[in-house]
Design a protein around this ligand. Structure first.
Ligand code: COI
Length: 494
């Protein structure tokens, strides 16, 4: 293969402990140990002007260019040092032109939408991290009221048939102060994440489930649900337009996608809005809590404030749910807590509901528990993923009610789940001024396993040891149902 090849960088993940340097082959024992650590690498190349990614398999290592250039020391992500690039480049060329390996390895080359090189992916806060070039998606629909069905009717599909016309440079939108969402709060939203997998593919995790929930939220708030296929395509377009903002795998980073559907018609009386707007913006983000995968401290409300109630909107993603408890959260943060544990009072007993922005899980006698869904609990997509992953890993899962006093007395691990929170260990709960510490304030084994399994799936590390306990059939099912490849024509890696 005659080519003009340049190696841009080499990412290594799963490399927390590895530090190999010096020429020579690695022994089978070393490779076996590295496999156990989940070490893998991707070389990012430019071949005749085209960007490509080359997943390096550990079995290639004795022969490949990484045998003497693996440098580590970072958490999950590392780079071949610039000084070693020339040597690596020569070795990749040798590899690709080698009869024995050429075909096999070249077949693995993947066209790469390279991540931006002006962002420090390892230091992203969970916030808007928007370079100027960001693109947003905006579509509008007009609706009318259908009295027979007591619903509004409009067609996003018919009124916005061409998604490419809905892409604009990100900007602050100027809307009438009389727009219905501005004063009556008619607004629902979603939180979704896109990832760059370890072999360079771009994926959105469980996009269909988020689109389905956006439908339910829109309906509940008197707005027009679009078809799931239309929502999914709108979100795909918004992500594709910003694909360099999908971080490389590792660093607890991802692209956060925020679709927002609002009643935008101008109104004074309370009635159907007449016009709605869907806006989708994206931002690369790091972990939701600044300390990353570290146990957080939470407390129950010190007041009668609650985030939702029976018959209200807790089971959909209405903006109001988050603002209901905001003042309590601000106060708790000032006191050194990270979140509020929302509770319900029933017949003199308190029952746990949600952890601020996420769903609650706890471990008792090696089994996993979570409050069952109700009007006051959001059906989290991550909640559902964790329940299914835990069951696939042979863990017994219970969805039900348990008084808070019993949870506090019996739980050995507590964690919360959400798109933003992923799996967040909870180190302690303070209730009525009494702090109860779980697992000595450290991350428990089940929390760690479920976190590892979830992130492995999101980043396409299907041979991660955390997934070992899942049957091959179930793993295939998760891959097929949960992972949405942005470039649909491309089939999942075999
Ligand atoms: C998410 O987890 O994605 C959410 O939407 C919660 C948000 C308040 C950060």
């Amino acid at each position: 293969m005659a080519m003009n090849l340049q190696v841009k960088r080499v990412d290594v993940s799963g490399a927390n402990f590895i530090g190999l340097r010096g020429a020579g082959r690695m022994s089978k024992k070393t490779i076996g140990w590295m496999k156990g650590q989940g070490v893998r690498a991707v070389a990012h190349l430019e071949i005749d002007g085209q960007r490509k990614a080359l997943p390096i398999r550990l079995d290639d290592l004795p022969e490949s260019m990484l045998a003497h250039t693996l440098l580590t020391g970072f958490n999950r992500q590392s780079f071949v040092q610039p000084a070693d690039m020339a040597a690596v480049s020569t070795k990749v060329e040798v590899l690709l032109t080698n009869q024995e390996f050429g075909d096999k390895v070249a077949a693995r080359l993947i066209d790469e939408a390279a991540p931006a090189d002006d962002i420090d992916w390892s230091k992203l806060p969970f916030d808007l991290n928007l370079p100027e070039r960001t693109t947003m998606y905006v579509a509008k629909v007009r609706h009318t009221y259908d009295a027979k069905k007591n619903t509004v009717r409009g067609s996003w599909e018919a009124q916005n048939p061409d998604h490419s016309k809905c892409l604009f440079p990100f900007s602050d939108t100027l809307e009438s102060p009389a727009a219905q969402n501005k004063h009556y709060g008619q607004l629902c939203f979603e939180g979704i994440k896109a990832f760059r997998t370890i072999d360079g593919r771009l994926v959105i995790f469980r996009l269909r489930e988020n689109a389905l929930r956006l439908q339910r939220s829109a309906r509940r708030l008197g707005m027009t649900p679009a078809s799931v296929e239309w929502y999914m395509e709108a979100i795909r377009q918004a992500v594709l337009a910003n694909k360099d903002l999908i971080p490389p795998p590792g660093n607890m980073a991802a692209m956060y996608i925020r679709p927002v559907q609002i009643g935008s018609g101008k109104r004074l009386g309370v009635k159907e809005a007449g016009e709605e707007t869907l806006m989708i913006f994206v931002s690369p983000v790091g972990p939701y809590y600044p300390n990353g995968f570290e146990p957080i401290k939470i407390r129950t409300p010190n007041s009668s404030i609650r985030r939702s109630g029976n018959g209200l909107t807790g089971r959909v993603k209405a903006a109001g749910n988050y603002v209901m408890g905001l003042i309590e959260l601000i106060f708790a943060k000032k006191q050194g807590f990270n979140e509020i544990l929302w509770i319900r009072n029933h017949n003199g007993q308190y029952y746990p509901e949600e952890v601020g922005t996420s769903n609650l899980f706890y471990v008792i006698d090696g089994e996993l528990y979570t409050p069952e869904l109700s009007d006051t609990i959001l059906p989290g997509v991550t909640r559902d993923s964790i329940i299914k992953l835990a069951r696939a890993l042979g863990i017994k899962v219970h969805e039900g009610e348990m008084p808070l006093t019993e949870v506090l007395a019996r739980a050995t691990e507590v964690f919360s789940t959400g798109t933003a929170a992923v799996v967040t260990p909870v180190g302690s709960i303070t209730h009525l001024k009494q702090e109860v510490i779980f697992n000595e304030g450290k991350v428990g084994w089940m929390t760690q396993l479920l976190y590892n399994a979830l992130v492995a799936l999101q980043e396409g590390r299907f041979d991660d040891p955390a997934l070992d306990g899942i049957s091959p059939d179930l793993l295939e099912e998760f891959k097929a149902d949960w992972i949405f490849y942005l470039e649909q024509e491309r089939q999942p890696a075999v």
